[in-house]
Design a protein around this ligand. Structure first.
Ligand code: ASP
Length: 317
């Protein structure tokens, strides 16, 4: 019997404390804890890692604090194009959707694609339609829109006009949520869901729905979900590179994920983060920015959540 473990991220960046009230920061940590509890309940009941990943991500998608589902980033046209993917490390089965607009929980749509078995990646209106036919809860596109994201796009457009875009905080620009889990059978899974980045060009697809770039899981090796500027993660095949370093290079999970985040991805001058989990042991959450929304329940069943440097130990899950 393997040790149960669960980890999540809710995006990395400067996480400027002044952008939200202390109550909001506390609420975001509560939502991280809720998400972990949802996934942990699945694992404790001898459920599958992939179900735990999905349950965890759905809670984050329903929270306005994270850039996925409700409260997701907006395109340059002030609408939403949502991306998600999920992978089962036991079978290497995977499902993903890009640029969907009407599925309340995009991670469920990714899972439906996986279960459908005919495709790994569906895009746009056809993906929305597929999800509807699969019986998922559909919403009007403006369900996802929050005032905070509208303000962020306005501010980014203003910065573009005044040439101060480099000063925009990471939180203004992007985010993303992701989870990794190991179940009682020792199987691994990973998933990622995002609105991409604020003010993104229409039709832009990042790494989050790309298997191997933003998400990867393989039993006996690792499960990985990434956050940061997706273009670089695609070019570096980042999530799979963690696995490849372990398989072909004999690196540990910590070595492989630290090299990706602090050297490979950092060499492009981007903020980057990951939640990763190995065949045994606890999740790791490397990031090279000032903060990353993150949390995990380790093999001892104890929960930790964090946004910035400080860790909040919440005791037994
Ligand atoms: N990786 C996401 C994307 O490029 C954004 C992020 O994680 O911040 O769509």
């Amino acid at each position: 019997m393997a040790n149960l473990a669960l980890g999540l991220h809710g995006g990395c960046g400067t996480l400027d404390r002044s952008l939200m009230s202390e109550d909001d920061w506390a609420e975001s940590r509560q939502h991280i804890a809720q998400a972990l509890r949802a996934g942990w309940a699945v694992l404790k009941a001898d459920g599958r890692a992939i179900d735990a990943v999905q349950a965890t991500i759905m809670v984050l998608e329903d929270s306005p604090h994270f850039n996925a589902g409700y409260g997701a980033a907006l395109t340059e046209n002030f609408d939403h194009e949502l991306d998600a993917s999920i992978m089962d490390g036991a079978t290497l089965d995977a499902g993903a959707v890009t640029s969907i607009k009407r599925v309340r929980n995009p991670i469920q749509a990714a899972r439906a694609v996986l279960e459908g078995g005919k495709a790994v990646l569906l895009t746009g209106a056809a993906a929305d339609q597929f999800a509807e036919q699969a019986g998922l809860t559909m919403v009007e596109p403006d369900y996802f829109t929050t005032q905070r994201r509208i303000e962020a796009v306005k501010s980014l457009k203003q910065r573009a006009l005044t040439g101060t875009i480099a000063k925009a905080s990471e939180a203004e620009k992007h985010g993303t949520v992701g989870a990794v889990a190991r179940d009682s059978q020792g199987h691994l899974a990973a998933g990622t869901s995002t609105g991409g980045f604020n003010n993104k060009p229409l039709g832009r697809v990042g790494d989050s729905p790309i298997i191997g770039a933003g998400t990867y899981a393989k039993d006996g090796v690792c499960a990985v979900s990434c956050t940061g500027q997706g273009e670089i993660f695609i070019r570096r095949v980042a999530a799979y590179d963690v696995a490849a370093r372990m398989i072909y290079g004999g690196q540990s999970l910590k070595q492989a994920s630290d090299i990706l985040v602090h050297e490979t991805l950092a060499s492009h001058g981007i903020g980057a983060g990951m939640i990763v989990l190995g065949a045994q042991g606890n999740p790791l959450a490397p990031y090279n920015t000032l903060g990353m929304y993150r949390g995990w329940i380790g093999t001892d069943g104890r929960m930790t959540v964090a946004t910035h440097h400080d860790l909040y130990e919440l005791g037994d899950a």
